[in-house]
Design a protein around this ligand. Sequence first.
Ligand code: HEM
Length: 566
Amino acid sequence: MSDKASLAAVTSSLSIRPLTLRPQTYTLEQVAQHASADSAWVVVEGGVYDVTSFLDDHPGGKKILLKHTGKDATEQFHKMHPRKVLEKVAVQFLIGKVGDATGSGDNTVGAIENKVKKDTPEVVEQEQEQDDADSTYFGDLVPFGDPFWYQDWKSPYYNDSHRKLRAAMRRFTDEHLTPFAAEWDQAREIPPEAYKKIADYGILAAIAAGATGWPTEYAQGIPVPGGVDAADWDGFHNLIVIDEMCRCASGGILYGVLGGFGISIGPLRHFGSDELKQRILPSLLKGEKRSCLAITEPEGGSDVANIVTTAKKSDDGQYYLVEGAKKWITNGVWCDYFVTAVRTGGKGMGGISLMVVERGEGLTTRKMDCQGVLASGTTYVTYDDVRVPVGNVLGKENKGFQIIMSSFNAERAGIAIQATRFARVCLEESIKHACRRETFGKPLIEHPVIRAKLASMAQRVEVTHAWLETVVYQSTQYDQDTLTLRGGGTMALLKAQATETFEYCVREAMQIFGGAAYTRSGVGEKIERLYRDAKAYTIPGGSFEIMQDLGIRQSVKVAQIMGAKL
Ligand code: HEM
């Protein structure tokens, strides 16, 4: 059985037992008496585990587990397992705790008690209040493991509503995304019930809100995550939602949630007719229907101005017939609505329209086999004379190119946020690993070559994050048109910067983890997955090369218009 299969086999049979009594306390001397195959106990993080029945099933082998029974094996345990093994697998063997362990904080017993307590809504609420109260210091406090303002450094950008959202999103990600990242990657999809849970928590509405405001009219009955007042919603709330979700370390989950929906919802919301919006937005925000953005074609790549998919108007002017194909369309296989770029006029950017093609006769989708972001459903779409009512055009006929450009800006912002946090996850995981893993008689962190790698990662991550915040701040000060025109070049360069940083950091993290990140499970699981996902950040949404070129070209053009002395 493969490692992954063995972990899945072990975890699938488990459920957390409610602890109705306080756990039994044992001394280390008592634990020492259980060091044989007849009775095998092991201590991890203050918790006492009776693994006698697990010896034969242990994926790492019976011998090594037996060797560590009868004693505290916390250090060895953490070198060999990702944290989720403790939280998801070991839980069933927990029989008590050591000495006078308090059962709180990092202690496993406390964590498990918390897990059980979480079942009641009152405790969830209490936890939220606690999180908010504790928010001066937030997270694991790993250096550079979170943005500066999480660790009591001052920032002009954030207020209490941002802190509330941060706590809510962290909890949601820890409980509903991170534990399933490997499973969904392997299954190549986010299960429908999980997608619905994400919608019910208000995350799809939050993505639709973006930096432009909560979509109150279409989000009836959907909560604002973290209990944030809808009227307060701004670009930093959007940043926090995406940034925190990325801690699950899966581009597949992020693209699965917002790779298709998130980039199609802006054009729909801002350029759709009232009829269209009333008809489709509520079901999209509730996760009952799904939409994607279909622009890229098999022949064209990033050359949007030259797309060849056509939409011919009927003689009575009531509908179009769409003919052509789109490739690398995120979420497409699951979608009901395809926001599609089509040629309705002559050559070049002046002949392009954007319209909502609804799944039906003539439209077929096929899942593509790609390198990474496996849970996101990268799709090949074919249109064979698909009938589209004229009311489904977004904006005006032949004016689609401008809408595409403005939506690219939002898409690039989303990609930059994701890439920056994924780079940070690589850094955080690498620092934790370097502190735990020993080679040549000392922890990795004591090797100068490793510290140099961590330093270079931290420098890049923090610079990129600071630039990201500066750009997000502009979204709280200027309207979208101004941002697209004046900020388009900057956004392109920020996308290039963030994705290059991600690629750099995941490469360095791979080297620090070595074989552990070359395997699809175990302590390096997140890094292994992100390494496969990284190219889905430097290529789509405008490749790195195109971004660099556009970034300078557009910035020079804007500067000329504004009277720069060039
Ligand atoms: C409560 C006790 C323990 C439980 C529930 C447990 C569970 C597991 C699980 C589920 C895996 C598969 C991990 C994966 O595929 O991601 C694993 C692997 C492994 N375990 Fe344990 N384990 C325990 C204690 C220990 C101890 C004390 C050691 C001693 C060093 C150990 C050594 C290993 C090794 C060497 C592997 C293989 C790692 C790899 O493939 O990279 N385990 N264990």
